[in-house]
Design a protein around this ligand. Structure first.
Ligand code: SF4
Ligand code: SF4
Length: 464
């Protein structure tokens, strides 16, 4: 791959990592260690610990998170979800989208730079391995352009071996979120012939992760990620982004006796450290900018050396840059933050008040009533279904008030195992004349934890 051109004037016409002939330009970001990078490192280690550790923790024998699409089993923060909770999931997704949109309008791509798994894996794991084995950006470029020697073979093979091992670990971590720890342990401990599908998924995931982090890299953010593409419509002049203060920085270059210059000495250090290869001085709302803050650290380092105030590149809004006002908590931020809090609150209430079982009652279709001439009892046949949405077995009592009588047909519904649906049929009977025609019947269901639901249904009699 060709070397990236740092003197792009026509940055609007093509991607930074693409040559005019369409070939990909390989990006060698310079190694940077600044205040924000240190913060991002600590934060990413916390997130990585959570990501790898959470699948190993179980609450009441169940994982904290599970996204088993194949078996339609979902657990979110220990709360199990079933296809019957689709409305809740849909509402949650809509709220999440609103949340993401508002968050982006306010804070731009903070998610991409600080918390996105792609950035964290790439910058905090794979990139660090690359620096460790091949050296900094200059050394990497030299190595790539040098002929194949024993040293190059050793460095390249060790790097790619470590990349593959890391991809394997990441793949298994994600697999545990899909099938759960228990299934994963079975898969690696039992006869491989019994788990061919799972093992195939493990290898495919590993291959995909290896390809993404060894070769595809920033292309995920630039070409694949839909969130990145939304930035153009979500951001405005008040959004807080990684910004270059062009008022302070321009005209860039080294000052001479006859010509005054801005604070930017045009050293290109901010461009060299950028993992997507862009020049932040061309504008903040560039599709490729993932808000990783490397250019802030790089420029602060330069400003220190030239004895100028830090913050030529900083978190700010475009209006903040124009007006020169410091970042403050505006009414707009307050309004958006309140809206975000409200959405989170609604979602939390929905989750907290969600009952861990649900029932459906139907009068059996095609049947009107049964009349017993000997006992003078009228009976209607019903079908009841109860879904235990909790992660433990639950007992239930189904009853009707006098003068009605409930008689099960076959086995009554009493105990339902976790995550299971139980179905049963019963007659509701009343002596002739004892039940007012047209009056609704209430079927009471009580769980052994005392939660109650009253289902209303119709009752048909001979004189109706
Ligand atoms: S690092 Fe700072 S001084 Fe150097 S080119 Fe970038 S903005 Fe200008
Ligand atoms: S321009 Fe700065 S914040 Fe944006 S991706 Fe490049 S280094 Fe990161």
């Amino acid at each position: 791959m060709s070397q990236i051109n740092l003197n792009n004037d026509d940055f609007r016409n093509h991607l930074y990592n693409q040559a005019k002939d369409g070939k990909r330009l390989w990006i060698y970001p310079g190694r940077i260690i600044g205040q924000l990078y240190k913060l991002r490192t600590y934060f990413s280690y916390l997130l990585l610990t959570l990501l790898v550790g959470l699948p190993w923790i179980e609450v009441n024998g169940q994982p904290i998170f599970l996204f088993n699409i194949l078996e339609r089993k979902f657990i979110f923060w220990t709360v199990p979800f079933f296809p019957q909770d689709f409305h809740l999931v849909a509402l949650g997704l809509v709220s999440f989208l609103i949340f993401i949109s508002l968050f982006t309008v306010l804070f731009g791509r903070i998610w991409c730079g600080w918390a996105c798994p792609q950035t964290i894996f790439m910058e905090m794991l794979f990139r660090k391995i690359e620096y460790w084995i091949e050296g900094d950006d200059k050394a990497q470029r030299r190595l790539n352009e040098s002929p194949w020697t024993n040293e190059k073979i050793l460095k390249k093979s060790s790097k790619h071996m470590l990349f593959f091992i890391l991809a394997f670990v990441i793949s298994n971590t994600f697999l545990m979120y899909i099938i759960g720890k228990q299934e994963w342990l079975k898969m690696i401990n039992e006869n491989p012939n019994d788990h061919m599908k799972g093992l195939a998924a493990m290898l495919i995931f590993t291959g995909v992760f290896y390809f993404v982090f060894a070769r595809f890299r920033e292309m995920v953010c630039i070409v694949v990620c839909p969130y990145g593409r939304l930035q153009g419509v979500l951001l405005d002049n008040n959004s807080i982004l990684v910004q270059y203060d062009h008022k302070r920085g321009e005209p860039r270059g080294k000052a001479t006796m006859t010509e005054e210059k801005g604070d930017c000495i045009d050293c290109h250090w901010c461009v060299r450290v950028c993992p997507t290869g862009i020049d932040i001085r061309n504008g903040s709302n560039q599709l490729e900018c993932i808000g990783c803050t490397s250019c802030i650290d790089a420029c602060d380092e330069v400003m220190d050396k030239v004895h100028k105030p830090k913050g030529l590149i900083r978190y700010d809004s475009l209006n903040g840059i124009y007006s020169g006002t410091k970042l403050k908590f505006t009414r707009r931020i307050a309004a958006y933050t309140s809206a975000l809090m409200l959405i989170i609150g609604i979602l939390a209430i929905m989750l907290i008040t969600r009952r861990d079982w649900e029932s459906t009652l139907l009068r059996t279709p095609g049947v009107t009533y049964q009349y017993d001439e000997k006992t003078h009892m009228v009976g209607n046949l019903y079908q009841l279904g109860i879904l235990n949405k909790s992660m433990k077995a639950q007992g239930f009592q189904v009853s009707v008030d006098a003068p009605l009588k409930l008689v099960w047909v076959g086995k009554p519904i009493q105990q339902i195992q976790q995550g299971q649906m139980a179905k049963g049929e019963f007659f509701i009977q009343a002596r002739t004349g004892a039940w007012k025609p047209g009056k609704k019947v209430l079927v009471k269901i009580i769980s052994d934890e005392g939660n109650e639901e009253n289902l209303k249904t119709s009752f048909i009699q001979p004189d109706e």
